[in-house]
Design a protein around this ligand. Structure first.
Ligand code: GLA
Length: 381
């Protein structure tokens, strides 16, 4: 085999992680701040080029024939392919739409990021595709564009109106760090907009537990779009480009609609909490100090933004009552996971108490794991 044939025929492996957001929920599409870490659960993509123009995608989680489409028809044919395959095909279509080279491809996916748990399994799928296609076909594409490509696949091809948080986290996060992302600065400048903040809880005798309640949020897509629209309406009523422009709740005094007021207050106070958590971690203070900010974030998501559920609230309450320094729902809401900051020595107690509480509500299949700040997307290690 010539070296060219070799590169076409041998499969290589990439991985892209899911994420949890320490703090900064529903701030990304308001041009604000977020602070995610990548988690040790990932989507992998085994891929190679083919000397034709067909894109073939298959998934170990969806046994059956691979989905095969010519590159040129990816956009037009999207409604004909199964839901899961729209994510990777959307990524390839977006590469092509932007004029990047895309050869015939074979992409096989596997992974352990639970779907519907608020841990960004769909962004992990898009980002695993994006890093694979970049390395196989278009190596000059920079990380920033890769994030845009992955997000565009979800927004325009799948029709999920997400912000930038999940894709930025999956691509940019690094092991042992939380990613402080200033969404506006990241959008508007080429060189700044994010910072890697050391995040090592084990040195402080702590753990961050992620508890997937088992209440999936897949049927609640409309709630997310409604919140986005409310935030846009609040910004318009206040005469600002985005809620990022409001520095403190006093700046919301002119909002007469009580619902829009509460939505906007969540965004303004959440941005403050992100900055406060980042400041605490940067300064090397005891990370336990972050706990009350996490819990305050939950209350704001529950009461002002109204994206929590009775199940998420109960899980947070049980975690706090059994010794967590702070706990909150993560992701878009309407189901999914919570995080809890706990002493290593007390982790089992918290886990067990949340598990029992959820089982009592009919959610006997909750799962707990530890969120250690893990590497972002790239060749699988
Ligand atoms: C979902 C979206 C993100 C972000 C979060 C809420 O995960 O995909 O863009 O808006 O909800 O913080």
């Amino acid at each position: 085999m010539t070296p060219r044939e070799e590169s076409i025929h041998s499969r290589r492996l990439w991985a892209a992680p899911g994420r949890v957001n320490l703090i900064g929920e529903h701030t990304d599409y308001n041009d604000g701040f977020v602070l995610p870490i990548a988690i040790p659960l990932a989507v992998t993509c085994a891929g190679r080029r083919h000397p034709d123009d067909l894109v073939r995608v298959s998934s170990r989680q969806r046994p059956g024939e691979p989905v095969r489409l010519p590159v040129g028809t990816l956009r037009a044919e999207r409604d004909l392919v199964p839901g899961w395959a729209r994510y990777p095909l959307g990524v390839v279509a977006e590469f092509a739409r932007r004029g990047h080279r895309t050869d015939g491809l074979e992409l096989e996916f596997d992974g352990d990021v639970p779907a519907g748990a608020g841990l960004s399994s769909s962004a992990a799928l898009c980002c695993a595709t994006a890093v694979a296609v970049r390395d196989l076909c278009a190596p000059s594409v920079a990380d920033r564009e890769l994030i845009d490509i992955a997000r565009a696949a979800e927004n325009d091809y799948v029709g999920a109106p997400t912000g930038i948080l999940d894709h930025a986290a999956s691509i940019l996060c690094t092991a042992g760090h939380a990613l402080f992302l200033d969404v506006r600065a990241f959008r508007e400048t080429e060189t700044v907009g994010y910072e890697q903040i050391p995040f090592d809880l084990s040195a402080a005798g702590l753990r961050l537990l992620v508890i997937d309640t088992g209440q999936t949020h897949e049927h609640a897509g409309g709630g997310y779009g409604a919140r986005r629209a409310e935030c846009a309406a609040a910004a318009e009523a206040l005469g600002v480009g985005s809620l990022r422009d409001i520095g403190a709740p006093e700046g919301l005094a002119d909002l007469t609609d009580p619902v829009l007021y509460r939505r906007a207050r969540h965004v303004v106070t959440e941005n403050d909490r992100v900055r406060a958590v980042a400041e605490t971690l940067r300064g090397g203070a005891d990370p336990r100090a972050v706990g009350p900010l996490l819990s305050a974030g939950h209350i704001s998501l529950r009461d002002d933004f109204e994206v929590s559920t009775a199940v998420l609230d109960a899980a947070v309450e049980a975690a706090e009552a059994s010794g967590a320094y702070g706990a909150r729902m993560v992701g878009g809401g309407f189901g999914g996971s919570i995080i809890a900051l706990v002493d290593t020595a007390g982790a089992d107690r918290v886990q067990e108490s949340v598990r029992e509480r959820l089982a009592g509500m009919g959610f006997g299949n909750s799962r707990t794991f530890e969120a250690v700040a893990s590497p972002g997307a790239g060749p699988a290690r």
